[in-house]
Design a protein around this ligand. Sequence first.
Ligand code: BEZ
Length: 251
Amino acid sequence: MVSGAIRWDPERYAATARFVTELGRPVLEWLAPRAGERILDLGCGDGLLMAELAALGCAVVGIDASAEMVEAARARGLDARVMDAQALAFDGGFDAVYSNAALHWMPQAGSVIGGVRRALVPGGRFVGEFGGAGNVAGICAALNAARARRGLPSVSPWFNPSPVEYRAMLEAGGFSVERLEHFPRPTPLPGPLGDWLQTFTGAFLEAVPRAEHAALLAEALERLRATHLGPDGAWRVDYVRLRFAARRALD
Ligand code: BEZ
């Protein structure tokens, strides 16, 4: 759910982005966990979904690049560890690996897939959901327009593959793809879009003087008002999801 590239504050995350965990429930449905299974959560964040699996009787391990989030997950009594999912240190033993809203933070997708394959038993499941091609495209365009006005190049901080690209990566990594869906999921926010921008879009502030940060975000927000603010007064994020279920080939 989170990356080590920015500093994550579990309380702020819970206040502005708890809905991200809530919207991860379909991933658990596709995972179809059974009591007694050993399951690895890639990007476990503060462990809310892990706790549900533990309550079902699964033996769950979570990893996250953020020490603060791992600490929050441990405070729930969970087995959470600080680890980069692009350099997984597991060798077999897991019946399933799942990930919600985390893989778009990991550009080395081939390394993630290789590490998941090694972590799984033959026939084990890899189920996940993350931002696919077109994810938050309107928000990126507004932020990059504000950068361009300052003479700065566009940035594209997230890994958002098309379904064709991701299927090919999974297959090349030794998985057979059982289900793969790519769909828009415009999502109303519980609060202002400005809070979301502040929480997640630090990469767009690269090479921008600190004194200009607030102005750049305010400018992007103004551009988004016409497209992302609904008549009901709720801001919407233009999420596009890639949801998949794959299985490690039998050796
Ligand atoms: C996402 O869940 O797709 C996402 C979250 C934060 C920043 C960008 C994308």
